[in-house]
Design a binder for this molecule. Structure first.
Ligand code: SAM
Ligand code: SF4
Ligand code: F3S
Length: 481
């Protein structure tokens, strides 16, 4: 899948649907004359998850969501700063929202998320294009900030917190199909990958109380959800301790607790960090059928010198060792990745190492980017962005072409296999067909059968494959892979 720098959803179901990026999130509500908010989201799964927290906070304060920006009293855009182009997209949308404000000056426009955190008051004071600027840890303050703006004051809160996890807030599942859900298990990131802006926009890493995670997952299961993804920038470093430090829960233990809620509840997670993923996690995955056999394990580069410059704290040999462990413990596990082409000083030979790593791992899919220097990061301060843009783009194209070939190869190997599939809805192509994913996170389209509906599991034999998806037909015998 090509992510040409402005499409930036990874590791979650919405990645299969690029049209979701920037789409207004919505939830059916009865009109009770409340003020209406419109919210548009960009960036990673955690940002989408945060928009659901924001929606929940606003709904408890007599706001109701609308899908129609023209009728909104409050327009919110939850933003991403990970690459320059992600920010450019937001600026373009802000121009559109300002034209709404020209027609209806009472409308408030607010920037949430990572760009709010990175640019702080700049958007409000220098550029004068918004009324509210709210960082990722300040959403509880939103109603108060709106009231301040209503009274003629400034609506800014970009304080980062060491504790906030929004554990007690039950997210309003916007635009959910009622089957697939996402649960944030931690916030922030303590890694300092030299290219990455996230530690600056999201603050210090903190793990959410496992009891609140299990309660939220149980509630989703009881409401009919069957596939949940536990979200964090580096889930393998999840490590919760109670106040007295007498109880501690690591990621493998959390996974087990969530898997035990019900065998029909599929559990996924994203993102894993190659330096932190443990054999304990892999054995826990192998032990429970409902923990999906799919790991998003971004390599970024296949070359050890570049990985060192990226401050990823693992090298090529370490990464291969983790991949070997995954395939040894779970031979049917699919692995996907993120790759950055043309990082500072990368040579042709080093780029070839990324290609050979892709061949080695046989990724089922990847999110692929060319390097975009981000102000304030270690790389921006210490390294020269010296690979010419045409070279970055050409290397990215080579990576994309190789990934397409590998995806097709691995998908063709699935022909003839039978998979347990969770039906998610009608296929994009036809109402006569269902779509659903297997444990390995591959989308399979297949003709419907009477008696089955979204949320049910069925067995599907794969009959055809492209690089992006599989086709199949329902079979009775559960001789699944
Ligand atoms: N936490 C995850 C990890 O460590 O793999 C990834 C989080 S990051 C928000 C998502 C992806 O964006 C990264 O894996 C990386 O490939 C890409 N990315 C981050 N900063 C970038 C930059 N400055 N230029 C290009 N791609 C970047
Ligand atoms: Fe960014 Fe690295 Fe943290 Fe991922 S692990 S969010 S790439 S700093
Ligand atoms: Fe973007 Fe922030 Fe996520 S920078 S990738 S929205 S953590």
């Amino acid at each position: 899948m090509l992510y040409d720098d402005n499409i930036t959803l990874w590791g979650i179901d919405k990645t299969h649907d690029e049209s979701k990026q920037g789409e207004a999130l919505y939830y059916e509500y009865e009109d009770q004359g409340f003020r209406k908010f419109y919210i548009e989201s960009y960036g990673c799964a955690m940002n989408f998850s945060d928009s659901e927290i924001v929606a929940s906070i606003l709904s408890s304060q007599n706001y109701m969501p609308t899908r129609n920006v023209e009728e909104a009293d409050l327009i919110l855009i939850n933003t991403c700063s990970v690459r320059e182009k992600a920010e450019d997209t937001v600026r373009k949308r802000l121009q559109v929202f300002n034209s709404v404000k020209d027609k209806r000056p009472d409308v408030l426009v607010g920037v949430l998320g990572c760009m709010a955190e990175r640019l702080k008051t700049k958007l409000l004071e220098e550029e004068k294009i918004v009324d509210l600027v709210v960082g990722p840890d300040a959403y509880r303050d939103l109603p108060n900030l709106i009231a301040k703006v209503d009274e003629g004051g400034k609506g800014v809160n970009v304080l980062l917190s060491r504790e906030e996890t929004y554990a007690d807030i039950s997210p309003l599942r916007l635009d959910s199909n009622g089957i697939v859900g996402f649960i944030s298990i931690m916030r922030g990131c303590d890694n300092m990958c030299s290219f990455c802006v996230v530690p600056f926009t999201r603050g210090r890493e903190r793990s959410r109380d496992p009891y609140s995670i299990v309660a939220e997952a149980t509630d989703l299961y009881n409401r009919g959800f069957r596939d949940i993804t536990l979200l964090g920038q580096n889930v393998d470093s999840y490590n919760w301790k109670n106040k007295e430090e007498s109880e501690q829960v690591n990621f493998a233990q959390l996974l087990e607790r969530v898997a035990l809620i019900h065998p029909d509840l599929r559990v996924r997670f994203s993102t894993s960090h190659p330096k932190d993923i443990t054999d304990e996690v892999l054995y826990t995955m192998a032990k429970y059928e409902n923990i999906c056999k799919y790991i998003h394990l971004p390599v970024q580069s296949g070359n050890s010198r570049i990985l060192k410059l990226m401050n990823r704290t693992y090298d090529r040999a370490w990464y291969k060792n983790r991949v070997d462990a995954i395939y040894r413990i779970m031979p049917d596990c699919a692995i996907s990745s993120d790759m950055i082409a043309g990082f500072c000083s990368e040579t042709e030979e080093e780029h070839q190492d990324t290609l050979s790593m892709m061949e080695y791992v046989q990724y089922s899919m990847s999110y692929m980017f060319f390097y975009s220097v981000r102000p304030g990061t270690l790389a921006a301060k210490k390294l020269e962005d010296d690979v010419p843009l045409e070279v970055k783009k050409r290397r990215l194209q080579e990576i994309v072409e190789l990934q397409n070939k590998i995806s097709l190869d691995v998908n063709l190997k699935d022909i003839g296999k039978v998979f347990k599939v969770l039906i998610e809805g009608n296929s994009k192509r036809s109402d006569e067909e269902f779509k659903g994913r297997n444990s390995q996170n591959k989308m399979i389209n297949f003709p419907k059968k009477e008696g089955l509906s979204p949320g049910d599991y069925t067995w599907v034999k794969v009959t055809d494959a492209t690089s992006a998806s599989l086709r199949g037909e329902i079979v009775d015998t559960p001789t699944a892979v």
